[in-house]
Ligand binder design. Sequence first.
Ligand code: ACO
Length: 341
Amino acid sequence: MTGRTGVLAGIGAWLPPDLVTNADLADRLDTSDEWIRRRTGIRQRHAVPAGMAASDLAVEACSRALKSAEVSQVDAVVLTTSTPDRPLPATAPAVAARLGLGTVPAFDVSAVCSGFLYGLAVASGLVAAGTADRVLLVATEVYSSIVDPLDRSTAVIFGDGAAAAVLRAGSADEPGALGPVVLGSDGEFGDLIRIPAGGSRQRVPLEPGDEYFRMAGSEVFRHAVNRMSEACRQAVTAAGWQLADVERLAAHQANARILGALGDELGLPPGHVLSNIDTVGNTGSASVPLLLTQAAADGRVEPGQRVLLTAFGGGLAWGATTLTWPAVPALGPSEHPSRRD
Ligand code: ACO
């Protein structure tokens, strides 16, 4: 491949400080720590305090990604979320303004849990087209604002969080260069993950709870493994790799059992399959970049390793891509970005 490619130049993440343990959930729902751990692999998740919105998390994550990339300016901001601050306008312009990025183009991408993979395709497309030399991509989610607190099948899964990456223009043979991004969708199964009310189809709730997130979990589970494994195979082939070349898999953290099944399906040793679901739960589109940030910060991903990224979620929508991990500092939630110049 020749020409300009998006290259990962910086990465950072942020988690709101409040913790919700399985025991906290078992206090108010008909569930147990044992069930949640055994069926999902989750021990705890983070949640925003009252009044904190997606843009607030995004600003924190972006500050860390910009510091990681050692830049203070970008040419575009792409934001992925299922929980925007408001239905309108997009959340990205507010984030760009709060970061002092001036009047750069800033817009949201909506692809539920696959948002970061779709965002990578958009951001690297802006770079490849010559529209931008540097793009800030941020995935930010406040699922606690849309999950039904009384629905034990979803309330135990989701957590809040944000993560961001800076992509710069570079060439395909550099560490950090994104491989071809494989994307797909199947709207025939759109009702498996949805919020019934709040859109132009049904503006207000007709039934109690229509304003909340709904998921047909066990049906979605099967699609998740099939679609992600297929996308992974396609992305690996498109990159000119073999599956045996993959040293780390950074997959959407929806369920530890999905991660196990996906790793088995792809023939990857368990140690190659990254996970942080036990401490953060499913953080929607923030899941993959949050995982990468934490894994790079604690040495589970090292520069030079071949990493396969994949995600799956509502839409249905899915994606996968590859990159060789670059030597960039990953700034996790506990890092405090100093003021940028
Ligand atoms: N505690 C105790 N019991 C529970 C709980 C709970 N928290 N939740 C469900 N159950 C019960 C159900 O009521 C059911 O009981 P029944 O047999 O008496 O009817 C039983 O457990 C089994 O229910 P399932 O839904 O079949 O449970 P499953 O083992 O499939 O786990 C889960 C549910 C965790 C949701 C799983 O299906 C899953 O992870 N699905 C995939 C999620 C995913 O990949 N989503 C896509 C990304 S997310 C996005 O796009 C926003």
